[in-house]
Design a protein. Structure first.
Length: 219
């Protein structure tokens, strides 16, 4: 299988050149193969979020390379990195970060419009994704009218709206109660498997990690 993501000898130090530099990551080597779901199990303060931000081109490493779909993203200008994020990456966080003034469907449509998709195609894609997670009947509801589990399912749909090749998730069910967490995680895994997506999912939950293809420890 070809690699969707490869981090090669990645390091990150904040405050380089200052009196008190802080080394967060050192010599990280990590790969995610096409179609593979990888669990990143890491305690708080281990640099997990920093690693995901670097993998997601939201931050730049102090050293090393970030290879996305065979392309070295290291040192590329902001415009190229933004384009790669929009087209190749999907993001899910512990908190859903949905736009409160828009409906569930509109939250899934908007990132597609920003990527140049027509209104009709974006609406059809949103309807399909929301149907897959069992939320067709809630498509016109705003986030405040949805339960926590429903909000996170909408966030999953938004992350997949532009058909990325890699999903990056940071504790995607960490804000939910255990029962809801298990159910919502099952929905996420079904989505990932059905679409042939690759995923790097950070979690504290060892039971959820065990359901993925491979587990990587950090810290």
């Amino acid at each position: 299988m070809s690699e969707v993501l490869s981090l090669r000898d990645v390091s990150k130090t904040y405050g380089v050149g200052g009196p008190s530099p802080v080394e967060v990551l050192r010599g990280i080597n990590l790969t995610v193969a096409r179609g593979e779901v990888v669990a990143l199990v890491a305690p708080s303060g281990s640099g997990k979020s920093t690693l995901l931000h670097i993998a997601g081109l939201l931050d730049t490493p102090t050293g090393g390379q970030v290879i996305l779909n065979g392309r070295d993203m290291t040192g590329l200008p902001d415009k190229a990195r933004t384009e790669a994020r929009r087209q190749d990456l999907g993001f899910v966080y512990q908190f859903h970060h949905l736009l409160p003034e828009f409906s569930a469907a509109e939250n899934v449509i908007l990132p597609q419009l920003a990527n140049g998709t027509s209104q009709a195609a974006a609406a059809a894609r949103a309807a399909d994704l929301l149907a897959r997670v069992g939320l067709s009947h809630r498509a016109d509801h705003r986030p405040a009218e949805l339960s926590g589990g429903e909000q996170q399912r909408v966030a999953f749909c938004r992350a997949l709206a532009n058909a990325p090749s890699l999903l990056l998730a940071d504790e995607p069910t960490g804000n939910l109660d255990p029962d809801t967490s298990d159910k919502v995680f099952g929905v996420l895994m079904d989505l990932v498997r059905d679409t042939g997506l690759s995923a790097l999912i950070a979690t504290h939950n060892h039971d959820l990690a065990a359901k993925m293809d491979r587990v990587i420890g950090l810290g």
